[in-house]
Design a protein around this ligand. Structure first.
Ligand code: FES
Ligand code: FE
Length: 377
């Protein structure tokens, strides 16, 4: 890994190698994804004891499951015997325990080693020492967050603090009752781009007029390219003729009961570094998680959350989902068009931050600080 050609100007982006160098990506895995709180799953995916989900967090595979006492547990998905990957599926359910597919060591839902073939004939093996390795876990907004650090940072400061920074308080997000909403639709996007291109794209609105015709119809102030969403507590207002946050601006679904007058007919976007984006509108919440897989590949999982009776009653959410699904595809296509340019000599010293993108410059400074490399500016 070489971190060279750092552009000296205040208006430059990170240089191309930040998006293409596997060594820099490895550093990000260690100092960002394995060090911070990382959102892995919707708690409702773990509806009953034995339901599980696996996902990549930094360099590790993590297993989260619902245990017998109803709590969510998280472990490194690695067998303590000889290191085989314990759980091979992305999600599923086990009856009582996880059994390693290699030599059949068996772990309870609390991670304890409960059985192993012929273990009684190996008295020097202390079973209590060879349980799965625990990972810190929290639940908030109906999502499961894990942290691989030995001493995790304060969840209140790091995760809730990002919401407060954007909305002014946590009450404003609690009004949406996200925990009690149901997943009406989930779409998983496999994006051939570095995770930072996705986060930078999400943080800016400069591209909205060019690539988001449907979104700018609903939110006319996005058409001027300024990231109005970054003023604390300020949501973007729906256009006058717009009835709801739908692909054609037609009527939405039932409004979330906690959403007050000041949050009605407004759209809020929140970035929780390093990998969560939340969009709030009066009748639903769109919740994105990024799973950075490689320097040039990021899986994005996006949930559209509605009131339980909307989903259970089979109401038509199609026009509602379609708006942001199109926005996502437009955004991710743009990121994929950008990724090859990161290796070009034309981008060796990076690109340009226009005046409305100073917060992207702040993101770069934040990242360089975490990676402990010299700042660009
Ligand atoms: Fe898992 Fe041997 S590696 S039981
Ligand atoms: Fe966009």
């Amino acid at each position: 890994m070489t971190i060279t050609n750092l552009p000296p100007s205040l208006i430059s982006t990170l240089s191309g190698e930040y998006y293409t160098d596997p060594g820099i990506f490895a550093l990000e895995q260690e100092r960002v994804f394995e060090a911070m709180w990382f959102c892995v799953a919707r708690a409702s995916e773990l509806a009953g004891p034995g339901r599980f989900r696996t996902c990549q967090v930094g360099r590790e595979s993590v297993l989260v499951c619902r245990s017998r006492d109803g709590s969510v547990r998280a472990f490194l998905n690695v067998c303590r015997h000889r290191g085989a990957k314990l759980c091979l599926e992305e999600s599923g359910e086990v009856k009582r325990a996880f059994q390693c597919p290699y030599h059949a060591w068996t772990y309870g839902l609390d991670g304890r080693l409960v059985a192993a073939p012929n273990l009684t004939s190996m008295p020097d093996i202390d079973r209590s020492e060879y349980g799965l390795v625990n990972v810190h876990v929290r639940e908030w907004l109906g999502y499961v967050w894990v942290c691989l650090a030995d001493a995790p940072p304060s969840f209140e400061d790091e995760v809730m603090g990002a919401v407060v920074e954007r909305l002014g308080d946590t009450e404003s997000i609690e009004n949406y009752g996200i925990e009690g909403l149901r997943v009406g639709r989930r779409v998983t996007y496999d994006v051939r781009a570095n995770w930072k291109l996705i986060i930078e794209n999400f943080m800016e609105c400069y591209h909205c007029a060019t690539i988001h015709p449907e979104l700018t119809e609903v939110l006319p102030e996005f058409a001027d390219g300024y990231a109005a969403q970054y003023y604390v507590g300020h949501g973007a207002e729906f256009g006058e003729e717009v009835k709801g946050f739908t692909v054609d601006g037609g009527e939405g679904l039932d409004r979330l009961p906690g959403v007050g007058e000041e949050q009605d007919r407004r759209y809020y976007a929140i970035t929780v570094k390093p990998q969560v984006f939340v969009n709030l509108v009066p009748d639903h919440v769109i919740f994105h998680r990024m799973y950075p897989m490689a320097h040039d590949r990021t899986v994005v999982e996006c949930d559209w959350l509605y009131l339980p009776h909307v989903v259970e009653g089979g109401q038509d959410v199609e026009r509602s989902v379609e708006l942001f699904h199109r926005v996502n595809r437009q955004d991710f296509d743009a990121c994929e068009r950008t990724q090859p340019g990161m290796t070009s000599r034309a981008y060796a010293k990076g690109g340009v931050l226009v005046p409305s993108e100073h917060h992207i410059g702040a993101f770069h400074t934040w990242l360089q600080d975490r990676l402990d490399v010299p700042p660009t500016q």
